[in-house]
Write a protein that binds this ligand. Structure first.
Ligand code: AMP
Ligand code: ZN
Length: 123
């Protein structure tokens, strides 16, 4: 998609503060962070929204979610699996879908938002 900002970031035509990249995904800090940690996990392949995904995207979506945990740890807002809320840390994972979902960029992306509260707004 020539006009898509996240396709351009994936193709390095627009700079981003990248924290992870492989053949399928790129992750970079959100330019307008809602919290101390706020990054986006984006497939390199153009898919417009979560609603455009089907079974063929299952592996990609799974990879995005599992990467969220790993990168949240690396970015300092990880949560210790098994601590069942006794520990600290943690993060939100969010797909905005469509106008009423608040989606602004129509290239699939997973928000990962965390860090010490309070956060700006309450996303
Ligand atoms: P959404 O409302 O889910 O479509 O969110 C799009 C997100 O992309 C917003 O949080 C924006 O701040 C973020 N964003 C837009 N342009 C850029 C960019 N060039 N680099 C990093 N983040 C961006
Ligand atoms: Zn795109």
């Amino acid at each position: 998609m020539t006009d898509c900002i996240f396709c351009k970031i994936a193709a390095k035509q627009i700079p981003s503060r990248t924290i992870f990249e492989d053949d399928d995904l790129i992750a970079f800090h959100d330019i307008n962070p809602a919290a101390p940690v706020h990054f986006l996990i984006v497939p390199k392949q153009h898919v417009s929204t979560l609603a455009d995904c089907d079974e063929r995207h299952a592996a990609l979506l799974s990879k995005m979610l599992l990467l969220a945990t790993r990168l949240a740890n690396e970015q300092g807002c990880g949560y210790i699996a098994g601590s069942d809320g006794d520990g600290s840390g943690g993060f939100k994972t969010q797909f905005n879908t469509g106008p009423d979902g608040g989606q602004e960029v129509y290239h699939l992306h997973l928000h990962v938002i965390g860090g010490p509260r309070p956060w700006r707004g309450q996303r």
